[in-house]
Write a protein that binds this ligand. Structure first.
Ligand SMILES: Cc1cc2nc3c(=O)[nH]c(=O)nc-3n(C[C@H](O)[C@H](O)[C@H](O)COP(=O)(O)OP(=O)(O)OC[C@H]3O[C@@H](n4cnc5c(N)ncnc54)[C@H](O)[C@@H]3O)c2cc1C
Ligand code: FES
Length: 356
């Protein structure tokens, strides 16, 4: 599958909260297939901001049946891309956009009669909103419970859309807002959404053993504390799916070279879009991605922190190890995939495919 960028024009921008906007793209007829997506997937956007070529990933918040391609971007203080999108991007502007990617979903089937639960915090609602809308629409016998953590009411992204969904599916969808800086009357829904809160919801609101799939998206500590609480309370670990937007690990910044002492020089062949590219990866601790790009390859990447999986490729010959991995599932690693932004050769010969 080719993972290049395509120019898409911004159709409209909607202010969702004081610090978040959603952006709808126009998809020209000839790119309809390229931009077909599954609920919960994300887009990688790229543009020049003040002379810097920047790319970031944003989850799609629309559902496939809605026929629009829409993402939501929350402004992070000092954040380059999110500030640009919130303050400078205009309808009619063109961004470079990569085809949808990601595995943050479970397959839907109209015959399913399932219970889904999601925990979202802040902008973590974006992929979850897509998943909720698609599930309620495509599985008429399934139910969905959402726990959504925010600072206060004004910061709830998609508050009205969630209310409208509750009205459309009153028997099958419920949303519980959890606010850290405002009171909703019940201590159960006041404070930070975390493992302790989750333990209370498991006691009073749902039975974890009856949950078919649980989706988590938000800050790293929320995801891992809720995940631990769910497993502790008896939820099958394979039923828990999460999407990280960032990690506090140092890898979120461009990766520090691995120790040059242990680094190997390797002869590498990269396969991309059916073409091959050969280069020598020096023994200076560079990652596979960085070394290939320095040698002139134009490869897909976004976070360079082992989170987004945009740089995923399959090792066809040789072996590589990763510094960090927040993006690949165990079955992908077993099948030979690596995050090239985190990968270092363990053998002196490597063949790596971005097409596999
Ligand atoms: C798969 C995926 C999906 C994503 N979906 C969304 C989405 O739907 N909506 C959305 O708003 N963002 C989403 N993100 C996060 C997004 O890609 C950017 O990381 C975020 O917008 C910050 O970029 P920036 O250029 O504004 O900040 P930068 O200039 O890159 O960073 C500013 C500072 O914030 C820190 N930082 C970076 N990202 C985060 C974060 N998410 N939380 C806390 N601190 C951070 C950095 O370490 C740095 O210190 C997603 C990320 C991934 C990997
Ligand atoms: S670029 Fe995001 S995981 Fe490698």
């Amino acid at each position: 599958m080719a993972r290049g960028f395509h120019p898409l024009s911004v159709r409209s921008i909607h202010r969702e909260t004081p610090d978040a906007v959603s952006v709808v793209f126009d998809v020209p007829e000839h790119l309809t297939e390229t931009f077909r997506f599954t609920q919960g997937q994300y887009l990688t956007l790229r543009t020049q901001i003040d002379g810097q070529d920047l790319r970031r990933s944003y989850s799609i918040c629309s559902a496939p049946h809605e026929g629009v391609l829409r993402v939501a971007v929350k402004l992070l203080e000092g954040g380059l891309f999110s500030t640009y999108v919130n303050k400078r991007l205009q309808p009619g502007d063109v961004l470079q956009v990569m085809a949808p990617q990601g595995r943050f979903f479970t397959p839907l089937d109209a015959q399913n009669q399932r219970l889904y639960v999601a925990f979202a915090a802040g902008s973590g609602i974006t992929p979850i909103l897509s998943i909720i809308k698609a599930t309620l629409f495509q599985e008429p016998k399934s139910n969905f419970i959402l726990f959504f953590g925010n600072k206060g009411f004004d910061h709830i992204i998609f508050r009205e859309e969630l209310e409208a969904l509750k009205n459309s599916y009153p028997a099958r969808f419920s949303v519980h807002h959890v606010l850290s800086r405002e009171s909703l009357g019940s201590p159960l829904f006041q404070g930070r959404l975390d493992g302790d809160k989750c333990r209370q919801y498991v006691r009073y609101i749902f039975n974890p053993q009856q949950v078919d799939a649980c989706f988590l998206c938000g800050p790293e500590e929320m995801i891992f504390s809720v995940k631990d609480a769910l497993v502790e309370s008896g939820m099958e670990p394979s039923h828990i799916h999460f999407e990280l937007f960032a990690t506090s690990a140092p890898g979120m910044k461009p990766v520090a070279p691995a120790s040059a002492k242990t680094a190997l020089e390797a002869s590498v062949t990269v396969v991309q879009d059916g073409m091959t590219f050969d280069f020598t990866l020096p023994s200076d601790g560079s990652t596979l991605l960085d070394a290939a790009m320095r040698a002139g390859a134009d490869l897909p990447f976004s976070c360079k922190g082992g989170v987004c999986s945009t740089c995923k490729a399959k090792i066809l010959e040789g072996e590589a190890s990763m510094e960090l991995n927040y993006g690949l599932e165990p079955d992908e690693i077993a099948a030979g995939y690596v995050l090239t932004c985190q990968a270092h050769p363990k053998t002196t010969r490597l063949v790596v495919s971005f097409d596999a």
